[in-house]
Write a protein that binds this ligand. Structure first.
Ligand code: FAD
Ligand code: NA7
Length: 555
């Protein structure tokens, strides 16, 4: 299997592996486990971090919490681990997710094949030898037949620039690159951003900081998370029924542990709608509120407005100062990744919290001592937190010098927006597989990650069994998958909401479809169908022909 005897095109002597995996989060760790332990491949994982965990290594900000319930924010394949893993709260926080992933790493003795503090700078497909030449930031070169990129979906931080930012004398942190030893107690803190992360960090730090200034550009719809201790009997019940729970989740649309409603919101009386919304509000959970109450909240404007109006009413009831409540109240579609919180709106009833609407009164300048707004208002700050999100989905890919056939870069390939076949493969980039690449499912992610990792493993096993040199998505398959994703997205209101889901949060980024929105159950059926039809949409022998004709080697 190893291709160490093959000559290199670079003249160096690279170290060889069967597969190189980039990223040691949920995706990369499971990929290593499958390729090494199930297929017997020689695998090396690279991560620029000093440890495993991915998202949960980097996002150590106060309040960092999954918004998937604990029992579904984990791997499903290891039934013993599901029974053994001890958890108590409805949602799992960052330290505990990191502890879980570290435990997983040790349980499968994965660490010995992971090289930390190693950024991958680029990778080039060597057409003559049908392999990937992978280069690290340190300039080392490695060669492998397969390249798996598990670079993360929300991993490349978005750090907007403001006039005067370099003059700020205090501490500055992005939530997605949070150091371990930050103290905020007793300090004057500013937070830019009120997405999922902003809501978490604001709610967590408000009681401990001297003063908190929130710089909000767009108000958000959020519902309670409903976090708390889960009764022992409920945990026992979940553990006793895990097989069925996972089966249902993987057959569902969002994989968040509830059955999505099919009832149209306007098919019931106004009182009944109110009752259903209130029940979901009391139960908690953002996805549950958006998809579990009625079946058309993200597809029908009237239904969407009914849900939005319900949340607007809750804001008015919760926030004491009407002017502040007004600033916090959204009027656009309820059509971003649905948020949930642990008392966010009530934070604004605290005396030590100030809300600024920076759409109406933008940030003019960051000064040595804080932030000045366009109307001249100054906020003195000791700490400035950027909760400004991520260049999602393709952000980390664009940072790589990633070259496919004919030296085409991934940035060129994706200049109209990121595309893929099945969310995992790209034409012109043979033997390369992405975990959570563009146009993968929009769900609770661990079961989608598992689905993809298992499918990639099977695909590589197939390629090896058949004695193939390359497997590559065809151009037609990639175009057709992208068109399918676009068609599905166009039936939803998500396409009309400005958020990272469509790349709308990054200035200049093409606004395109980045998710397959028909759900995990349907996605899994599609993947099965592709295999049943002998890897429909893949070309498997092109490199062999190229090598035999001697064509590209000379060029
Ligand atoms: P990541 O965990 O992002 O790991 C990617 C890794 O790749 C990183 O460690 C990074 O260092 C490494 N990397 C990237 N580029 C390079 C390079 N060039 N060289 C070397 N290493 C590189 N999902 C849910 O389903 N439910 C939730 O409740 C939820 N909550 C979230 C909360 C926050 C604050 C954030 C940021 C994300 C959340 N997510 C949630 C999404 C979360 O990212 C996924 O659930 C999951 O952790 C992704 O795992 P991954 O392995 O695909 O990527
Ligand atoms: P999001 O959801 O992209 O939120 C980022 C926030 O930062 C949002 O409120 C933005 O306002 C705000 N932002 C971004 N740039 C600026 C500038 N220049 N000025 C003012 N405000 C700005 O990121 P999150 O980290 O909260 O969540 C991303 C996902 O990660 C989340 O869905 C989970 O899956 C985990 P805007 O709305 O663009 O006006």
């Amino acid at each position: 299997m190893r291709n160490s005897e093959r000559p290199t095109t670079t003249g160096q002597t690279p170290t060889d592996f069967d597969a190189i995996v980039v990223g040691a989060g949920f995706g990369g760790l499971y990929m290593l486990r499958k390729l090494r332990d199930d297929l017997g491949l020689d695998v090396r994982v690279f991560d620029k971090a000093t440890g495993v965990g991915g998202t949960w290594y980097w996002n150590r900000y106060p309040g960092a919490l999954s918004d998937t319930e604990t029992y579904l924010y984990c791997y499903s394949f290891d039934r013993e681990l599901l029974q053994e893993w001890d958890w108590k709260t409805r949602y799992i926080n960052q330290p505990n997710i990191l502890a879980y992933l570290e435990h997983f790493t040790d349980r499968y003795d994965l660490r010995r094949d992971i090289q930390f503090e190693t950024g991958v700078a680029g990778a080039q497909f060597d057409e003559l030898n049908a392999c990937w030449m992978v280069e690290t930031d340190a300039g080392e070169t490695y060669r492998s037949k397969y390249l798996v990129t598990a670079l993360g979906l929300v991993s490349a931080t978005n750090v907007p620039h403001f006039k005067g930012e370099e003059t700020f004398a205090g501490e500055k942190y992005h939530t997605g690159a949070w150091p371990e030893d930050v103290t905020l107690a007793g300090k004057r803190v500013g937070v830019i951003g009120t997405g999922s992360t902003g809501l978490q960090v604001i709610t967590a730090i408000a009681p401990e900081v001297e003063h908190l200034t929130v710089l909000q550009r767009t108000p958000q719809y959020s519902v309670p998370a409903g976090n708390g201790i889960v009764p022992d009997e409920e945990i026992a019940d979940i553990k006793a029924n895990y097989d069925e729970i996972w089966k249902d989740a993987k057959e569902s649309m969002t994989a968040f542990g509830f059955k999505e409603s099919t009832v149209p919101a306007m098919s019931v009386s106004a009182d009944e709608r109110e009752r259903v919304f209130e029940q979901a509000w009391q139960r908690g959970g953002g996805f549950r509120f958006m998809f579990g109450t009625f079946g058309d909240i993200v597809t029908d404007e009237t239904a969407n407005d009914a849900a939005a109006e319900f949340v607007r009413g809750k804001i008015a009831q919760t926030v004491n100062d009407p002017a502040t409540a007004n600033k916090l109240t959204p009027h656009d579609y309820y059509a971003k990744r649905p948020l949930c919180d642990s008392g966010y709106y009530a934070v604004y009833n605290r005396d030590n919290v100030t809300l600024e609407d920076v759409k109406e009164n933008p940030i003019d300048e960051i000064t040595a001592h804080g932030i000045r707004l366009v109307d001249g208002t100054e906020h003195e700050l000791d700490v400035l937190i950027y909760a400004t999100g991520f260049d999602a989905v393709d952000g980390n890919y664009k940072k790589l010098d990633l070259l496919g056939r004919n030296g085409e870069t991934i940035s060129e390939h994706w200049k109209q927006g990121p595309t893929s076949y099945l969310g995992m493969t790209v034409n012109q980039f043979p033997n390369m597989f992405m975990v959570l690449g563009p146009n993968g499912p929009f769900t609770n992610l661990p079961p989608s990650i598992e689905t993809q990792v298992e499918w990639i493993t099977d695909c590589i096993a197939h390629t090896e069994r058949e004695g193939l040199d390359v497997i590559e998505a065809t151009r037609e398959a990639e175009q057709s998958w992208t068109a399918t994703c676009q068609e599905i997205a166009d039936t939803t209101l998500f396409a009309k909401g400005d958020s990272w889901i469509f790349g709308a949060n990054i200035p200049g980024k093409p606004n395109t479809v980045m998710f397959y929105m028909a759900g995990l159950g349907r996605y899994r059926e599609v993947l099965d169908g592709v295999v049943e039809e002998d890897y429909r949409g893949f070309d498997v022998d092109r490199a062999v022909r190229v090598r035999e004709s001697g064509g590209l080697a000379a060029g």
